[in-house]
Design a protein around this ligand. Sequence first.
Ligand SMILES: NC(=O)c1ccc[n+]([C@@H]2O[C@H](COP(=O)([O-])OP(=O)(O)OC[C@H]3O[C@@H](n4cnc5c(N)ncnc54)[C@H](OP(=O)(O)O)[C@@H]3O)[C@@H](O)[C@H]2O)c1
Length: 303
Amino acid sequence: MDVSGRRWLVTGARGMLGRDVVAALAAAGVPEDDVTAFGRADLDVTDLGAVAAAVAGHDVVVNCAAWTAVDDAETQEAAAFAVNALGAANLARACAAAGARLVHVSTDYVFSGLDQDTAYREDDPVGPRSAYGRTKAAGEWAVRALLPGRSWILRTAWLYGEHGPNFVRTMARLEAQRAVLDVVDDQTGQPTWSLDVAGRIVDVVRRDVPPGTYHATSSGRTTWYGLARAVFALLGADPDRVRPTTSAAQSRPAPRPAWSVLGHDAWGAAGLRPLRPWDEALREATAGTSLLGAGSVRRSVSG
Ligand SMILES: NC(=O)c1ccc[n+]([C@@H]2O[C@H](COP(=O)([O-])OP(=O)(O)OC[C@H]3O[C@@H](n4cnc5c(N)ncnc54)[C@H](OP(=O)(O)O)[C@@H]3O)[C@@H](O)[C@H]2O)c1
C-alpha cells in the first residue's frame, strides 16, 4: 500500500516513539498535510467521542499514546487501564467505524518474563505480573477483538530514543557524575531504538503485511549491565566502571521481567527481516543524535 496519499493519525505524538513515527512518515515522503500528529492535549484517547471525531477521515492510525509510568501503575491501575486498555479499545472501535487501519504499540511486559530461556513467540500466552503489563495486555485483546483483520500489534521493549528520558541517556549522564555504577545483570532483553520501531511501523503499512502480532525489538540480546557497558564504551569511558548487580538489590514497586527476549518469526512469514542487532542500532543512534549528551562530543573532539 502506498504510504503517500493516505491520511495518517498519530496519537501520543509528543512522546518518545510518537515523535519518531512522525519523523519516519516525513522520511517516507508522506506530506505533512497528510499527517495529524496529536499529543495528549489535542486528543485524550480515553474520550471515545473525541477519538471517533479525530479518527474520522483517516486511513491509518498509529497509537503511540500510553500510560508508561510502570511503577505508578501499581497504585493507579484504573487510570493506567483507562489509557492502555480503554484508550486502545476506543481507537479500535473508531477505526472500525471509519474503515481505518490501526497500528497499536504494545510491550514485553505482557509476558511474565519468568521461567523462560528461549525467545517468546508472538502467539505465546501472555501472563503479565505488573499492573502496567495487565493494562497493556488488555489493550492488545481489545484491538484484536474490535478490529480483526485491520490491525497490527507491534510489541516493543527496552526503548531508547532522542525524544524522551530513557536508560541510554541516563547512563550517559551518570557516567559524567559517578566513578562507578552498579547496574542489574539479571534482566535480559533487546535494547531497541525508537526510530527503528517507527520505520518498521511505516514498513508494516507500506508492505501491507498480514494483520496480527509482531515483535518490533532489536535482534540479539543483552542485560542492562551489558547495555550500560556499551554506552560507556561509546563515550570512550572505561566499561569496567560499570559493575553488575541484581534486581533484588534495587527493588522497584513493579516487578521487572527477568527475560524480555521476543522472537521474530512472524516477520519472516510477512516477508520482512527482523530489526537489526541492538549494538549496531545503538552505534547509529548515538552517533546521529544528542542521546549521549554534550559529554560525548567533548570526548570525541579531544580524542
Ligand atoms: N519506553 C519503553 O521502553 C517501552 C517499552 C515497551 C513498549 N513501549 C510502548 O511504546 C509506546 C510508546 O511509548 P513511549 O516510550 O513513546 O512513551 P512516552 O514517551 O511516555 O509516550 C507516551 C505518550 O502518550 C501520552 N499519553 C498519556 N496518556 C494519554 C492519553 N490519555 N491520551 C493521549 N495521549 C496520552 C503521553 O503524554 P504525557 O507525557 O502528557 O502523559 C506521552 O506523550 C507505548 O505503547 C508503550 O507502552 C515503550
